[in-house]
Design a binder for this molecule. Structure first.
Ligand code: ZN
Length: 497
């Protein structure tokens, strides 16, 4: 090595050592959050989350991408939660690549997920259902812009974690039926193997018992300035979505409403319409300060088998958006009450690890494939065993022709004493509960529909019970996938501890 090269290396070494010494001596914790609008700009759009086309020509409320960046001077982690039913891996990968180039945050330190609103446009192709590439690009840009802005908004901050309970809005939607309910309907392929029914007829006369548990927890991180001004709050609740959105428009469902409600709780507006002051530390500050706007975020927990329908005691019908507002304000109320008990830390360790796991896809049985080839060309609806038969026939043929494996992304994050895991499926609640139980951290929660989408992820036991979520095509991953995913995530959490 030449003398000058040697000196350069020495100088670089010194700079990096001084740099590390500075970090170690005075590590600063910072947080930044931002929102970008991803409401469609061109109408009509085709809404996802249903078996038949549903066009929309307007927005009942805006769709957003909400980003939160945490930086403890050693590690940076970014979350983006998108108002979409589900996003494919390619969309998120592209957004991560672009956002990483702009922010310097490594793509494998970004967790991106969909909320699971059922009233957003499709952004992922699924066999014969195609997404509009222009809207896919609009969403991709929105994610990148939210993340870039959040990164620019980084400010010295404190972080706290809390858990609130809201058991009365979560219901397991898979039920064993009493014989009074008659016989179990056939699957779309015409099989009579289901032992449980999703979204069954309601009431004690016909319902025996739910086929699984619920998770009543709302977990949340709250970040504020050292003076006490709230910067962002990201919550996680294991509820599919609420619904009750009138036809013809897009909506962020209760996820968007929560973001609004939690902001109203933290920055109350007076009855006469003027804005109140907020108490920061010992003094009152006007609401409109020079800090970036507060961002509320609600991510989707493990809710593949959980919805908001009270099956045993049916509730009276609600007006459009009424139940969305009810549930969102209950979640916001419980979080606000729990905020009082949150202990904020000036600095916390951050860690994130990511694994790409190869998982086999499910294949149709000989019977299912033969049935599918017959049903897909059947013109007479009265000859179909189920109104979804043609759709499932298409999916079964697609899975028959599939290369055979999917490479799925799993992530584990450490924020202080709390673990966060991510799964790219509509994940059954049992899976999230096991991760909460077996985590090496004080507390852990899971964000589902993250970094891609592969349909439902039931447990092997739930696969044996049958029902909608287990039908071939409702999910594409092998029936034994969930314990493998749980074990891998627990190993990853262990490596961060
Ligand atoms: Zn769904």
């Amino acid at each position: 090595m030449s003398r000058s090269r040697c000196l350069t290396v020495l100088a670089l070494l010194c700079v990096s050592l001084i740099g590390e010494a500075l970090v170690a001596a005075d590590p600063v914790f910072r947080a930044g959050a931002a929102v970008a609008d991803i409401t469609p700009q061109k109408w009509p759009v085709d809404l996802v989350g249903n078996f038949f086309p549903r066009p929309a020509t307007k927005a009942w409320d805006p769709l957003s991408a909400r980003a939160l960046v945490l930086d403890n001077s050693v590690t940076k982690i970014a979350f983006v939660v998108v108002d979409s039913c589900f996003c494919g891996r390619s969309l998120f990968d592209e957004a991560k690549k672009r956002a990483s180039a702009l922010t310097g945050i490594p793509a494998d330190h970004m967790l991106m997920s969909a909320t699971h609103t059922h009233s957003a446009p499709r952004v992922k192709d699924r066999f014969d259902w195609k997404a509009d590439p222009e809207y896919v690009e609009h969403v991709t840009r929105g994610i990148v812009s939210a993340l870039q802005q959040a990164s620019e908004n980084l400010l010295p901050a404190e972080i706290g974690f809390g858990v609130a309970m809201l058991p009365e809005e979560v219901f397991n939607r898979r039920w064993f039926m009493k014989s009074a309910a008659g016989t179990m309907p056939p699957t779309p392929f015409g099989e009579t193997t289901d032992q449980v029914r999703m979204n069954p007829p309601r009431g004690r006369k016909v319902l025996d018992r739910p086929a699984g548990p619920t998770d009543p927890e709302i977990c949340f991180f709250s970040v504020k300035t050292p003076e006490g001004r709230p910067l962002a709050l990201m919550a996680n609740y294991s509820l599919h979505y609420v619904g009750g959105v009138p036809a013809g428009g897009v909506s962020a469902d209760y996820f968007g409403e929560f973001a609004k409600q939690i902001e109203m709780r933290l920055f109350p507006v007076l009855r006469d319409g003027t804005e109140s002051n907020i108490v920061i530390g010992q003094r009152e500050e006007p609401l409109r300060d020079t800090l970036p706007p507060f961002v509320g975020i609600l991510s989707n927990g493990t809710s593949g088998d959980i919805n908001n329908i009270s099956f045993l005691e049916p509730r009276p019908g609600a007006k459009p958006f009424e139940q969305i507002r009810n549930v969102a304000s209950r979640v916001a109320d419980r979080v606000t009450e729990s905020l009082a008990k949150v202990e904020y830390k000036k600095w916390v360790p951050l860690g994130m690890t990511q694994t790409e796991m190869t998982v086999k896809v499910r294949r149709p049985t000989k019977f299912q494939l033969a049935q599918s080839r017959k049903l897909i060309v059947e013109k007479d609806d009265s000859k179909l065993p189920h109104s979804f038969s043609r759709v499932y026939a298409g999916w079964a043929i697609g899975l028959h022709e599939h290369p055979g494996t999917e490479d799925i992304l799993l992530q584990a994050i450490r924020i202080g004493d709390v673990g966060v895991t991510s799964i790219p499926c509509e994940t059954f609640v049992e899976i999230g509960l096991r991760l909460k139980m077996d985590t090496p951290f004080q507390h852990t929660f899971t964000i589902e529909l993250a970094n891609g989408h592969y349909g439902y992820l039931p447990t092997p036991d739930q696969h044996r019970l049958g029902g909608y979520e287990t039908w071939l095509g409702s999910g594409s991953l092998e029936e034994e996938a969930s314990p493998k995913i749980e074990d891998e995530l627990l190993k990853m959490l262990g490596s961060l501890k």
